[in-house]
Ligand binder design. Structure first.
Ligand code: Q46
Ligand code: ZN
Ligand code: ZN
Length: 302
């Protein structure tokens, strides 16, 4: 196999692109895909400060690496979920990465904001762990970005993540979730920052290869709660499709974004209010996060 660009021995074959690259040209390909995503969806400009949400895993650290190298103004945000050794190790990876590149890393502790670490929140509320965790993450990302003056938060979601989320939403016809599935979500309220996913054009395998070639030290283990998650089952189904027919994930996601998504966008917009308790954006009087924190407080102190 030869590199498509220079003809030297290829290090990586990308079946869905029907191409192979040597290491330097794969890195170039990867960065170009990120640049294309940023450009196509006008994710951010060079004048803006970007908050990169990092988990310590390969995707978010690869994203941060690309943006730093490309000269963007960035800082990291690590959300400490308090999930046993997984959180300790992933936090250490983020701190080491930030220090080695001379970047600022903001840290938010879920235990402080919600009143308990995620495993205790799960026990206290008996809600699926990932639902309380996801809610807390979205809330804290937005709040941290507002507090520190970042107009946009970038996350490391890749093509596999996005295709699996779309698959899940379609499986259950979650018509509310479908219009929100996008590589770039605009700010619809002064207290909501933009959310962007610059890796949506790159597969999990590609981000793993990029992180490896760049020598990024990331946490390989997944969150212990990820195991039973339905998103993993959805990923496995899509992996089998991809194996049989390379490009399936890409076609599924990109076909949706280009052809189907507009049909799900609602014309009328929900009115956004400010939570009477915390001031963050909500559709009711009290936001879901404050309700969660209140429930945790009652169940853990009473
Ligand atoms: S961190 Fe949180 Fe994930 Fe762990 S508890 Fe679930 S949502 S799996 S990406
Ligand atoms: Zn080459
Ligand atoms: Zn609130």
């Amino acid at each position: 196999m030869k590199c498509r660009k220079c003809g030297s021995a290829a290090a990586l074959e990308l079946r869905r692109h029907n191409a192979a690259f040597c290491s330097p040209h794969f890195l170039e390909f990867f960065r170009k895909q990120v640049a294309e995503a940023v450009h196509r969806h006008q994710m951010f400009t060079r004048e803006e400060k970007i908050m990169v949400a990092v988990s310590g895993g390969k995707d978010s650290l690869a994203l941060w690496d690309v943006l730093i190298e490309d000269g963007y103004q960035t800082a990291g945000l690590y959300l400490d979920l308090g999930i046993f050794d997984y959180s300790k190790e992933s936090k250490a990876k983020c701190e080491a990465f930030a220090a080695s590149r001379g970047q600022t890393l903001h840290i938010e502790r879920v235990a402080e904001a919600v009143g308990a670490p995620i495993p205790v929140v799960q026990q206290a509320t008996r809600r699926p762990t990932c639902s309380a965790c996801g809610l807390s993450k979205r809330y804290l990302m937005n709040r941290a970005a507002l507090q520190h003056g970042y107009p946009v938060v970038a996350t490391g979601h890749n093509l596999d993540d996005e295709a699996a989320t779309l698959f899940g939403s379609v499986m259950h016809w979650q018509t509310d979730a479908l219009p929100r599935q996008s590589p770039a979500l605009a700010s619809t309220h002064p207290k909501l920052v933009r959310r962007v996913k610059p890796l949506y054009r790159l597969s999990e395998l590609e981000t793993a290869a990029f992180a490896f070639l760049r020598g990024i030290d990331y946490i390989v283990e997944e969150c212990p709660f990820a195991k039973g998650a339905t998103s993993i089952a959805h990923k496995q189904v899509l992996d089998r499709l991809e194996e049989a027919s390379p490009g399936s994930k890409h076609n599924f996601l990109f076909g949706f974004l280009e052809k189907a998504r507009p049909a799900f966008e609602k014309i009328e917009h929900v009115e956004l209010l400010e939570c009477t308790s915390c001031g963050q954006v909500t559709t009711g009087a009290i936001c879901a996060f404050c309700k969660l924190a209140d429930l945790v407080k009652r169940r853990t102190t009473g």
